[in-house]
Design a protein. Structure first.
Length: 306
C-alpha cells in the first residue's frame, strides 16, 4: 500500500499532527511512487526525522532506524559475523557434537561457518529482508554525522536495494524498502548520494504553519500565548544567533510556559525560561534582558488595536 494522491500523503501526515507543505507532500508522494530514497536536509529540529516515523505509522510498516555517528561502519550498519558462535561450532565439530556440521576437522568446519545461522543482521540488512506487513521504512538519520567512506558503502543499497556479502553473495530486496535519509548539513553530503535520491530542503515554518503546529502539539496552551510565542520565535530566527530555535524547541518552550500557567509573555518569564528555547550560552546572553523586552514590546504593539 502506498498513497494514491498527494492529498492522501498530506492527510496521513496531518493525522499524526505533522503540518506539511504541499511541496514536501509532493516529494514524499513521488519518492514512494518512483521507489526512490527520500533525502531530507535542513537545520536540526525542523521535523525531518518525524517524516519517517509518520510514514511508518501511516502505512503500517516497521520503522528500522540507523542512527549515524562518527566511526559508523558496516559491522554496525549492515551485518557482522558471530565469531564467538563460530568458534563454538568449530570446537563442537572437532568433538563430533555439532549436529549442523558433524565429525569433521576444524578446517572443514570453517567451510560451513559462513551462512545465515552466524549472521548478525544490522539495520541495512534487516531492511532488505521480506516483512509480513510490507517493505519497512528505513530511516538513515543524520548521515552528516557519519564519515565520508560510509557514504560510499551506502551507494549499493540506495541504487539497487542490495548488499554484497563476500562470504554469501548478494542479498537483494524482493521489494525495495522506503528509505528516508536526513542530514543537518553539518557537512556536505556527496553528490553521489544525492543523485540517487529525491531531495527536499525542510525549512523553518512560516508563522501560520508554526501556530498550527502549536495548536496540534501543545493544545493546552492559551491561544494568545501561542500567538506571542510564535511571533517571538519568528523574530529570533531572523536575528544573529549561533543556533536558531527549531520547531521542537518552540514546542518545548510552549509546554514549559504552560506548565507555569503563563497567559502572556513578559520579560521576566522569558528570561527565566529561555533555556527551553535556546541551547547556547552566547545566544542566551544575547537575548535575555533588553533584547527580549524589546521583542515583547514589538509583539504587543503589533497586536494593539490601531
Amino acid at each position: 500500500m502506498t498513497f494514491a494522491t498527494i492529498e492522501a500523503v498530506q492527510a496521513v501526515l496531518a493525522s499524526a499532527d505533522y503540518v506539511a507543505s504541499r511541496a514536501l507532500a509532493t516529494t514524499v508522494f513521488l519518492a514512494l511512487k518512483m521507489e526512490r530514497p527520500l533525502f531530507l536536509e535542513g537545520d536540526a529540529g525542523v521535523g525531518k526525522t518525524e517524516v519517517a516515523k509518520v510514514l511508518a505509522r501511516g502505512l503500517g510498516r516497521e520503522l528500522i532506524r540507523l542512527q549515524c555517528y562518527d566511526g559508523l561502519d558496516a559491522a554496525s550498519a549492515a551485518y557482522e559475523w558471530n565469531f564467538p558462535r563460530q568458534m563454538l561450532e568449530i570446537r563442537a565439530a572437532q568433538t563430533g557434537e555439532s549436529p549442523g556440521i558433524g565429525q569433521v576437522s576444524a578446517q572443514g568446519a570453517a567451510l560451513d561457518l559462513y551462512d545465515s545461522r552466524f549472521l548478525l543482521k544490522r539495520p541495512l540488512l534487516r531492511a532488505l529482508e521480506p516483512h509480513a506487513g510490507g517493505p519497512p521504512v528505513l530511516l538513515i538519520d543524520e548521515l552528516d554525522r557519519a564519515d565520508e567512506p560510509f557514504e560510499a558503502y551506502l551507494l549499493e543499497v540506495l541504487s539497487d536495494f542490495q548488499l554484497s556479502i563476500p562470504e554469501l553473495g548478494v542479498i537483494k530486496a524482493a521489494q525495495p524498502p522506503i528509505v528516508v535519509i536526513t542530514s543537518n548539513r553539518t557537512r556536505e553530503i556527496h553528490d553521489a548520494i544525492k543523485r540517487r535520491c529525491l531531495y527536499f530542503w525542510v525549512d523553518y515554518p512560516d508563522a501560520a504553519s508554526e501556530l498550527e503546529i502549536l495548536r496540534r502539539k501543545a493544545p493546552e496552551a492559551p491561544a494568545e500565548l501561542s500567538r506571542q510565542i510564535v511571533a517571538f520565535v519568528q523574530r529570533l530566527r531572523g536575528g544573529d544567533l549561533f543556533k536558531a530555535p527549531g520547531i521542537a524547541e518552540t514546542i518545548d518552550w510552549t509546554r514549559a510556559l504552560t506548565t507555569l500557567n503563563t497567559l502572556t509573555l513578559d520579560p521576566q518569564v522569558v528570561d527565566d525560561t529561555l533555556g527551553a528555547l535556546l541551547k547556547y550560552q552566547d545566544d542566551l546572553a544575547r537575548v535575555q534582558g533588553a533584547t527580549a523586552a524589546a521583542l515583547i514590546a514589538e509583539i504587543r504593539a503589533e497586536a494593539a488595536p490601531s
